[in-house]
Structure formats: structure tokens, C-alpha cells
Design a protein around this ligand. Structure first.
Ligand code: IPM
Ligand code: MG
Length: 358
């Protein structure tokens, strides 16, 4: 039987609740499809920091490097210094494990969930490739004349040819495997940020190797408009770290909200971390009312990555069927108990296969 070691960091706020449902569904899939996931829980997050002063000790970080994959719930607590725990945990893994692709599918599972008028499920089916290790996120910033009237704040945007090229190449390769529009759209702001010329040139150069793929471009401001007006124009989109962060929250709303959107942080062929796009949502923490669907879909992406494609597909199909039948009423907080949704998906997975066997 295939066996995998998975680091699990439930984290802050609703993170632990939604992660528990994710594991519940993964366990059902493991039982039905015959594989084994050994979870290695790690306590890190704001609560652990308040108690111990520890963010992510090196010993634990080394342990994570030996795992087949990582599952993360959510990180963030308004009582902690802004960004401290996020950078110490999420950004640390993205940077130090060199998880250079942030893969964020935006797929409408059920028309009912889309806030746009007249858009069908097939109109919203795109994947964002968010470059995940450069840009403003490298953290090169500073203040001069701090606290003075003439204070100056700076933050450096860093793009390397190698970093830009590997993200763009991944986008083209992905477009080849999706049997749809076969299109890659580069989203940047090269008209105002001239450093983005590196993206323009690299996209054109790499694009020459992919004559079978339609190549398109949008400035980020226009992309915001087109995603709302004509989401069906997008297939694979590749963009900078910061724009990818922003655009994928917008994308999440197209598919029903942050309660459904999932993501993978990947170093292809080496290591990957899976997480819902949503944050820790402190106001819903501990109430058992958050939607675990985004975490469950992150679990499906994990199985896809581990090459357990049938099981991954089954989770997605089960979620889609439960949404379309109205048994899952929606993905906003408060519509269901968080545990109820996990129970439904796990139960359906088990009974679908039991049904097929009898
Ligand atoms: C995300 C989040 C993070 C980011 C935060 C928590 C640092 O918004 O994964 O989209 O900006 O990358
Ligand atoms: Mg974000």
C-alpha cells in the first residue's frame, strides 16, 4: 500500500477546525482508495508563540523537509505583531523550501455560488500561477527619518530572470495539460513598473517554445475588470507574487468565496504545501461554523500531487455533487456546522464506493 508522511500545521483561528474536516475526508479517501497518510502534527501558530515565544524552530523545520507534503490550516492573529507569524511560518516555508509556484485554481462548481449574473460553471475555470518566492515578499524594506515628518518608507521589488522564467514555463506546461482553451495570459503592470519588462521579455522568449498555446497579456488593472466582465477569457494566468495574492482573492469570490478556494505551493518534483486561500478568520474561530470546503479542496490537491488522481477526483466530484444537490447549502460561514460538512463529504465518499461494489 502506498504510504506518505504529511506534516500538518492547523495553525490559528478556524485553521484547526477546517483542517480536522480535511483530514476526516482524506481518511475516508484513504480507506476507499487504499493508501495511507501518516500525519505529523505540528503545533506552530500564534497561540504556540504566545505560550512559548517560539515561531518555527529549526529542528521542526528540518523534520518538515523530510515529509512528502505539508498541510496548513491558517496563520494570523490580530494580537500578534503584524506579519510576524505569517512570515515566520508561511513565508518561511515558501522561501526556504523554494516553493516557487503558487497554484490557485478558480473553478465554479455550482452556478448558484457565483455572484456574477448569467455566468455558467464552464465560464469560470482558470488557474492562477502566482510566482511565490520574489517580488515585494522578499522583505527588503526600510524606513528613513522614522517617526519624523519627512519619513520615507521603501520596499524593493525583486525579480530574477530565473525566478520569472520558471514560473512562466510552468504556466505554459500546465496549459498544455488542460484540454480547454490552451491559453496563457501574462498579468503585469509593465506600463507603470518598468521592472516588469523582464516579465514581458521572458514571456515572449519562453512563449516561442509553445507555439501551440495562445499567448495573451493584460495589465493588472484591466485584468481585474476582465475577470469580472469576461472570466471565460482566462485559462492559465501567470503573474507576480503580489498581484497573484490580490487577484486570487478576487478569483475566489467568482467561485463562491474564500470558503471554497484552495491552493498549492509547489517546488515541482520536490515538495509541496497545500492550504485554503482564506485566512484564520478569528471572529469565527471555535464556533464550528466555518466552511471546511476550501480545506477539503486543498486535501484534494494534495492527493492529485501525490499521484492519487482517482481519489483526488472523487473528492472534487463529491463536493460538486453535494453543492449542486443543495445538500451543502453554500460555503459562507454559518450555513452548516463545519463538522457536518466534513461528515457529509466523508460519508458520500464511502457510500459512493460501497454502492459501486454491491
Ligand atoms: C496568501 C496570504 C499570505 C500572502 C499572507 C498571510 C502573508 O494572503 O497566502 O494569499 O500574502 O501570501
Ligand atoms: Mg492572500
Amino acid at each position: 500500500m502506498k504510504q506518505f508522511d504529511i506534516a500538518v500545521i492547523p495553525g490559528d483561528g478556524i485553521g484547526p477546525e477546517v483542517t480536522a474536516e480535511e483530514l476526516k475526508v482524506l481518511d475516508a479517501a484513504a480507506e476507499v482508495y487504499g493508501f495511507k497518510l501518516d500525519y505529523h502534527p505540528l503545533p506552530f501558530g500564534s497561540e504556540h508563540y504566545f505560550k512559548t515565544g517560539e515561531i518555527f524552530p529549526e529542528k521542526a523545520f528540518e523534520e518538515v523537509k523530510g515529509m512528502d507534503a505539508i498541510l496548513l490550516g491558517a496563520i494570523g492573529d490580530p494580537r500578534a505583531p503584524v506579519g510576524l507569524i505569517e512570515y515566520g511560518i508561511i513565508a518561511k516555508m515558501r522561501f526556504e523550501l523554494d516553493l516557487y509556484i503558487n497554484l490557485r485554481p478558480i473553478k465554479l462548481f455550482d452556478e448558484r455560488l457565483c455572484p456574477l449574473k448569467g455566468k455558467k460553471a464552464e465560464d469560470i475555470d482558470m488557474v492562477f500561477i502566482r510566482e511565490n518566492t520574489e517580488d515585494a515578499y522578499v522583505g527588503a524594506h526600510g524606513f528613513t527619518h522614522k517617526e519624523q515628518p519627512n519619513e520615507v518608507a521603501t520596499q524593493v521589488l525583486v525579480y530574477t530572470r530565473a525566478g520569472v522564467e520558471r514560473a512562466i514555463r510552468f504556466a505554459f506546461e500546465l496549459a498544455r495539460t488542460r484540454n480547454k482553451r490552451k491559453k496563457v495570459t501574462l498579468i503585469d503592470k509593465a506600463n507603470a513598473m518598468r521592472s516588469h519588462d523582464l516579465w514581458t521579455r521572458t514571456f515572449a522568449e519562453v512563449g516561442r517554445e509553445y507555439a501551440d498555446i495562445t499567448q495573451d497579456h493584460a495589465y493588472v488593472d484591466a485584468a481585474c475588470m476582465w475577470m469580472i466582465k469576461n472570466p471565460e477569457w482566462f485559462d492559465v494566468a501567470v503573474t507576480t507574487n503580489m498581484f497573484g495574492d490580490i487577484l486570487t482573492d478576487l478569483g475566489a469570490v467568482l467561485q463562491g468565496g474564500l470558503g471554497i478556494a484552495a491552493s498549492a505551493n509547489v517546488h515541482p518534483g520536490k515538495r509541496a504545501l497545500f492550504e485554503p486561500i482564506h485566512g484564520s478568520a478569528p471572529k469565527y474561530a471555535g464556533q464550528n461554523t466555518a466552511s471546511p470546503v476550501a480545506a477539503i479542496m486543498a486535501g484534494s490537491m494534495l492527493l492529485e500531487y501525490l499521484d492519487l488522481k482517482e481519489a483526488a477526483q472523487a473528492i472534487e466530484a463529491t463536493v460538486v455533487a453535494l453543492l449542486r444537490s443543495g445538500r451543502i447549502k453554500g460555503v459562507n460561514s454559518g450555513l452548516h456546522a463545519c463538522t457536518e460538512v466534513g461528515d457529509m463529504v466523508a460519508g458520500e465518499l464511502r457510500s459512493a464506493v460501497a454502492g459501486a461494489k454491491h
